[in-house]
Ligand binder design. Sequence first.
Ligand code: NAD
Length: 334
Amino acid sequence: MSRTITVIPGDGIGPDIVESATAILDKAGCDFEYEYVDAGLTALEKTGELLPQNTLDAIERNGVTLKGPLTTPVGEGFTSINVSLRKHFSLYANVRPVLSFTGTQARYENIDIITIRENTEGMYSGLGQKVSEDGNEAEAVSKITREGAERIVRFAYETARREGRKKVTAVHKANILKSTSGLFLKVAREIAEEYPDIESTEMIVDAACMRLVMNPEEFDVIVTTNLFGDILSDLCAGLVGGLGMAPGANIGKDCAIFEAVHGSAPDIAGKNLANPTSVILASIQMLEYLGMQEQAEKITKALEDVISSGDRTTRDLGGSHGTTDFTQAVIERL
Ligand code: NAD
């Protein structure tokens, strides 16, 4: 029986790049049914809501969602839809793999790093946000719990084991942030002992930034708290050619949302110029999550071949073609 996936085409370039990904999934023989729902600006225009109830219901019902980028309207009263989704479905793990492709203008080759970022706690918990009446003092609360830290660190080790990876690096700032980062590090050390088959290292976040730029090949799986993970995962995307080459997954106990991590690119929307690689990589992550390894490898190989040969690549990859030509080049290899 075919499996139903919730699809949110998204705003701007979203519908074009998501269509590219679903065409590729179909050609690879994935046999999915797609339930299309709206969020973001498209939903606001149609329903008056950024995140309508039927979208939330579909995400919950089908468990797995492929999502294009969403535009959060600028102005008061609009919270980020991505943050709302993470909160609503307790999507506690943000998984951002980066992989080098030959044929890109990236500075490095042989990068294969997964950043696993805690997605619900830390500096982004939204607690205690206060600005004094005179506007001269601001504060916010960072909260780490043992439960949250255990859950994300264990998730990182389980990912490493499942993917046959060798090393997990816990990134922290426990020398200064003694309470919050201190608790995270303490828990990371405890959990590490349960996984003697995997090498465990730890690194202070500033040193990690330097080492990632100087010797990125040293890293395999990184696990860290929310703010550090947000920054490090973009740094890692930069190592392989930017956000257009980086997908992301938000994973919870019952639901998972796979997405392109770049935005809706309003400047090139509707022009058939967008590079669909990030959302194609997100759909590969989705296949791995669903245990569809064979199809995941098939698509990865086809994508690698298109990018390394420069066959019908988009402008950001140094080519001169559009989204549809690029998609066709991948499809022909499947
Ligand atoms: P952006 O990522 O949309 O665009 C930045 C630059 O990168 C632009 O020049 C754009 O043309 C280019 N670009 C992005 N994706 C590309 C692709 N696939 N192929 C080729 N070029 C690409 O960032 P922005 O302009 O700051 O944000 C635009 C909107 O997207 C905002 O409303 C923002 O809130 C939203 N956004 C959404 C998400 C998400 O849903 N995950 C993430 C970031 C930003």
